[in-house]
Design a protein around this ligand. Structure first.
Ligand SMILES: Nc1nc2c(ncn2[C@@H]2O[C@H](COP(=O)(O)OP(=O)(O)OP(=O)(O)O)[C@@H](O)[C@H]2O)c(=O)[nH]1
Ligand SMILES: [Mg+2]
Length: 337
């Protein structure tokens, strides 16, 4: 066992902080520590909190920390900042929103900034969440902005993912329909003290219903033809044991709606224990391994091929070779090494 891994397992705060810094820097040896920690992971409940910029995710996290601390639980928070490391804006906001918990030594808040590397952000966040899990946190909140690829990867780590959106407008929601539906276990319409909250709830609910109908293959053309599948009527309720994301309203600024949200998180947690829930966990594990495999493979290939990739790219740019043949040639070289 790596001595730093042992320190994490012993609940040594400074040891854990050091491991997280090594992860952030992708420093040599950090993978060995993660290997040692992995068998001790899986105890913590991982909750992803994502959604529109400024929707109130950090304010909501602050309330969730409160809730779990009142239950005597140890809480970890990973804030993922996809903005430029030079502005650091989002992290500052996250820290301000949760600052009253900074002196509580049962709350561990850690930020992960974009490194610009391939999948670097989501991987660091996942790894940091694992360290917090092994360190003994009962709950780990992972805050990310938006629903880009990084967020998809991060939420694949989470047991339950909350998608937080503000009332009205709905442009972001509109633009990200597919992504949002894929990742949301619970929808949270925050800032319900503002106009348009009920409209947003209705919009999300109809989106969810539509998503179910498409899945069931029961969407009809206007003239009544079934496009695919043979189910003639739209499926109204999830009575097949699958999970349908509830849409809840909160006013995080005042803590309103938060107890009901915590109930929904618990219900989802219970569902994860059902047959369908376990199927989903297996799919997540599969996706995670695939992502890890992809990253490891690409890293090794970049290490091995290095400048040859730049040369090939220049040739493709100059139209001396097509990208398909160039990739095949690179893979050929990589295989032979
Ligand atoms: N009116 C109202 N304002 C809120 C509510 N919750 C949060 N806010 C305010 O919304 C602003 C953004 O809140 P944050 O919690 O920082 O939002 P965020 O989603 O974490 O923001 P980013 O991390 O920058 O994407 C702050 O000024 C909050 O005080 C709410 O329920 N009602
Ligand atoms: Mg925030």
């Amino acid at each position: 066992m790596h001595p730093l891994a042992q320190r994490v397992l012993d609940g040594d705060l400074r040891g854990a902080a050091r491991v997280m810094r090594l992860i952030d820097d992708r420093a040599a040896g950090h993978v060995e520590i993660l290997k040692d920690l992995f068998p001790h992971c899986g105890r913590a409940q991982l909750i992803g909190v994502t959604g529109t910029p400024g929707a109130g995710k950090s304010t909501l996290c602050d309330r969730l920390i409160d809730h779990y601390r009142k239950q005597g639980k140890k809480v970890g928070v990973v804030c993922v900042d996809p903005t430029s490391p030079f502005t650091g804006g989002a992290i500052l906001g996250d820290r301000i929103r949760m600052q009253r918990h900074f002196l509580d030594d049962s709350v561990f808040i850690r930020s992960v900034a974009t490194r610009g590397a391939l999948g670097g952000l989501s991987r660091s966040a996942t790894d940091v969440a694992r360290v917090l899990d092994a360190y003994g946190c009962d709950v780990v909140l992972i805050e990310t902005v938006g629903v880009g690829q990084d967020e998809l990867d991060v939420t694949r780590t989470a047991h339950t993912t909350l998608v937080v959106v503000p009332p009205g407008g709905g442009d972001d929601v509109q633009a990200n329909k597919a992504g949002i539906l894929e990742i949301a276990d619970v929808f949270v319409v925050n800032k319900a003290d503002r106009e348009g909250a009920d409209a947003q709830v209705r919009h999300l609910e109809s989106m969810i219903a539509l998503g179910r109908e498409i899945k069931a293959g029961s969407i009809k053309r206007p003239e009544g033809h079934v496009i695919h599948g043979a189910v003639p009527e739209p499926i109204a309720a999830p009575d097949d044991g699958s999970w349908s994301p509830p849409v809840l309203k909160t006013i995080s600024a005042k803590g309103e709606g938060v107890p009901a949200l915590c109930d929904a998180i618990e219900q989802h947690r219970a569902w994860l224990g059902t047959e369908q829930g376990r199927t989903r966990a297996a799919r997540q594990a599969h996706d995670q391994l695939l992502a890890q495999f992809r990253d490891t493979l690409i890293e090794e290939a970049l290490d091995t091929l290095g400048p040859q990739i730049d040369e090939a790219a220049a040739s493709v740019g100059a139209k001396k070779i097509d990208p398909y043949s160039a990739s095949e040639a690179l893979i050929g070289t990589f295989r032979k090494r």
